[in-house]
Every structure is written in C-alpha cells, then in structure tokens.
Design a protein around this ligand. Structure first.
Ligand SMILES: Cc1ncc(COP(=O)(O)O)c(C=O)c1O
Length: 416
C-alpha cells in the first residue's frame, strides 16, 4: 500500500521545489528555493484548488511584507511605497490577454457580479439567462434584479448521464442548445460560471461568446473555478466581463478577487459604490466635482486591500511565469496520471468531452463511504480533496507532482 509517509513528503517536496525553481530562476530569486524548502516540508498533499487553496509561498510573503510595513510605519509606509495595485493589474491583464485598464480589484466574485448586475441598465421585462445549479455568487446578484422588473431565466441541469451517457445523476451541466433555446429578443445578459463547482463541467467560452456577439447579448462569466487553471482571453472570446475569486486556482488570499470588464460594458454600467478612489481628483478630498474614472477604476470606489492585492499580484506573477497554457496542459497531465491509477469501479469519474473539461475531476464513490466520509478519511492521511454535492472533487494544479496524484489515487483505492 502506498501512503504518504515521511519519506514520501521528502520526495514530493524536492519535486515541488524543482518545479518552482524554474519559475524562480526566471525571477532571479535564489532565496525563494530555500524558503520553499522550509515551507513545504511535511505539507499535506493538496488537491483542493477548487476550494480554499494553500496560498503560494510567494503570495504569503508579499502579504506579510505589506502587513509588516504598516505595522512598523503607519502612514510613513507611503514614503518609498510601490502601489501593489499596479502589479496586480499588470499581472491580471497578462493572464487574461488584456490591458491593465480593464482589470479591477474586487473583494470576491460576488462583489464583482453584484456591481455589474446592479449597475446594468435593465428595463422591466429584460431577461438574464443563467443555469439553475449555479454557485450563489452567480445567482443572487441576478435574482435581486427581479426587484426592478427583470426576469432571471434558468436553464435546467442536465446530468452527466444525459450529457455523456452512463449512469451518473446529479449536477452535471448543459448543452449549448439549452442556452440558445432560452434566448429571446428580451435577453440582455447570459450569466454563467465557466466551470461548475459541483461537476467540473466547463462550457465553451468561445462558442458562447460568438453567439452573444451575434445576438448583441453581454456574456458575463463567473471564472472562480477556472481563472488560473484554464486559458481565458475575454477580448478574443467576446466576453463582456468576468469575475473571479483569488483564493482558488490563483492560490492567493481569501477576501481577494479580480474582475475584467470590456470598455463597452463599463460604459453602460451605472455607478453603484462611490468613494474617494472613484474620482479622477483622488486625494483632493474637498474637490467634489463629479469626475469618475472610466477605466476599471470605476469599480474600485475606495481604499483597497494592500495586503490582498500584493499577495494576488504575486500569484499572477507566478502563474504568468509558468504560463497559463502550460498550467492548463499540466493540469490535464496530472488528471491523466490520476485517472490511470484510480479504480474506476470504486470511483466513477465524471468525464466530459474535451471542450467541457476543467481542472476539476468529480468522482462518485461507489463503495460504502459517501463523499463526505471519503474526504474526512483522506484528510486523516494528509491528503486534501474536496467533497461537494455527493462528489469527491480532485483538483490538481501546477504546484502538484505526479507522485502526489498517484499517491492520492492509491489512498482512495484503499479506502472503499
Ligand atoms: C463558481 C463559483 N463562483 C464563486 C465562488 C466564490 O464566490 P465568492 O468569491 O463571492 O466567495 C465559488 C466558490 O466555491 C464558486 O465555486
């Protein structure tokens, strides 16, 4: 039996560090390798990047540095200060193939989507098309708009059995035609999660974007379960806006998020939150001229989170140094390794066709233990997986090694 004992942790740490060294060599930061060796010793095997991720060491360091700065200097911290939001925007823009003026800091996905939903010029009778099993972040902000006469039109879930054959019931996804069939002349917005948090189903962004462009509909996407693991290029894909959390696939801190908005969408959106940072005159506080920023600062209404933006800027830097295309490929490689090892009689994987695959593999346990129990037993062994909606979700990332996913599959096989 292969359980991750002491020796195993020592081995995986070395492989992990080797992978990181590649990034850090590019960054000319030799001290980082030694730091990673310290940080990663005796770490569990972490395969829950679709939940709350382990923060990248570089991101945690950046956060600590910002906290220390304020702790030691208070307002004097600004003497030699470099605004972390600039790096944040540059890094986010590089990841998304856009320019920094289209990238905003938000606290979380819900805040970003709420700002867009509440500010969108919806008239009574206008329709928003979404999916019935969305995560709350991409449901309630739209639901609230029913208060001003808009209608939230939901496509019904199709199980994996319906989409791909087989027997697996429960949350799955939808077909492109399901969305198309709900669209009418009143549809203004299609609001979907790129990747469903339950099944790991991903919809085809490019195809949906083309459709939305042809019908003059704004495609607004919750990318909490994909940004940092899959390639997303809103300008090429005709996406009006995306919002994402920083603490999943980006491996940043809880309480951080990022939002992309196209200039055309921003122009339509009414300002909902306002404060000093919204205005072009900035720190000229007694000048109350109404002169709001029109770039992505339109949504950064007041004092932002220096600690969080510093950390998430470091996460973007790491993802960009590795390369998002390579991260996506590496995720697939790790999944293939895992799937070749897992006993598919004991765990039924929800496998989708290539264009609907994401970083998540959801498994249905077929043995005596349910998903929650599997999650608990794996945690006892130092392996972090994510039970949700009856599935055990496995979400490996570019920071994982082959040995880790193989070890996780072996441990799962031993369980049921
Ligand atoms: C699809 C999706 N959207 C959003 C979130 C998180 O939203 P928020 O950043 O508002 O907490 C999650 C978290 O699991 C998610 O799976």
């Amino acid at each position: 039996m292969c359980r991750p004992g002491k020796h195993f942790f020592a081995q995986t740490s070395v492989a992990f560090i080797r992978e990181y060294s590649i990034i850090m060599q590019k960054e000319h930061n030799p001290g980082m390798t030694a730091m990673l060796a310290r940080e990663n010793r005796n770490m569990p095997i972490f395969l829950n990047h679709c939940g709350v991720s382990k923060m990248l060491p570089a991101s945690a360091d950046a956060a600590r540095a910002q906290i220390d700065l304020q702790a030691q200097k208070g307002s004097l911290m600004f003497q030699d200060w470099v605004e972390p939001l600039n790096d944040f925007k540059a890094g986010g823009a590089m990841l998304l193939g856009t320019t920094p003026d289209n990238v905003s800091y938000v606290k979380n996905t819900s805040e970003g989507l709420s700002l867009l939903a509440a500010g969108y010029p919806l008239q009574p009778g206008d329709e928003i098309v979404s999916y019935d099993l969305e995560y709350p972040a991409n449901h309630y902000p739209w639901k609230v708009q029913e208060g001003r006469g808009a209608k939230l039109v939901l496509i019904q879930n199709r199980t994996h059995a319906e989409l791909c054959g087989g027997l697996i019931e429960g949350p799955g996804g939808f077909r492109f035609e399901d969305v198309e069939s709900k669209v009418t002349s009143k549809t203004k917005i299609i609001a979907l999660s790129h990747v469903q948090f339950t099944s790991g189903f991903a919809f085809d962004l490019k195809r949906m974007g083309e459709f939305c462009k042809s019908r003059n509909i704004d495609l607004i996407v919750d990318c909490a379960q994909s940004l940092g693991s899959l390639e997303i290029y809103p300008e090429q894909m005709n996406i009006a806006a995306i919002a994402a959390s920083g603490w999943k696939w980006l491996m940043g801190p809880v309480g951080t998020g990022v939002m992309y908005t196209s200039p055309a969408l921003r122009e339509k959106i009414k300002i909902i939150f306002a404060g000093a940072d919204l205005m072009v005159q900035g720190a000229d506080y007694l000048n109350h001229t109404w002169n709001p920023h029109t770039d992505a600062r339109k949504f950064e209404y007041s004092t932002h989170d220096f600690v969080g933006t510093s950390a998430l800027a470091a996460s973007f830097k790491s993802a960009n140094a590795f390369g998002i295309k390579r991260i996506q490929e590496r995720g697939r490689e790790l999944q293939a390794k895992f799937l070749s090892r897992i006993d598919q009689e004991k765990y039924k994987p929800l496998l989708f066709s290539s264009e609907n695959r994401s970083g998540i593999i959801s498994l249905v346990p077929a043995g005596r233990l349910n998903a929650e129990e599997v999650g608990k037993q794996m945690a006892v062994q130092g392996i972090v997986v994510a039970p949700r909606a009856g599935f055990v979700r496995i979400a490996p990332h570019y920071t994982n090694t082959d040995a880790e996913v193989i070890s996780a599959a072996d441990a799962l096989n031993e369980l049921s």
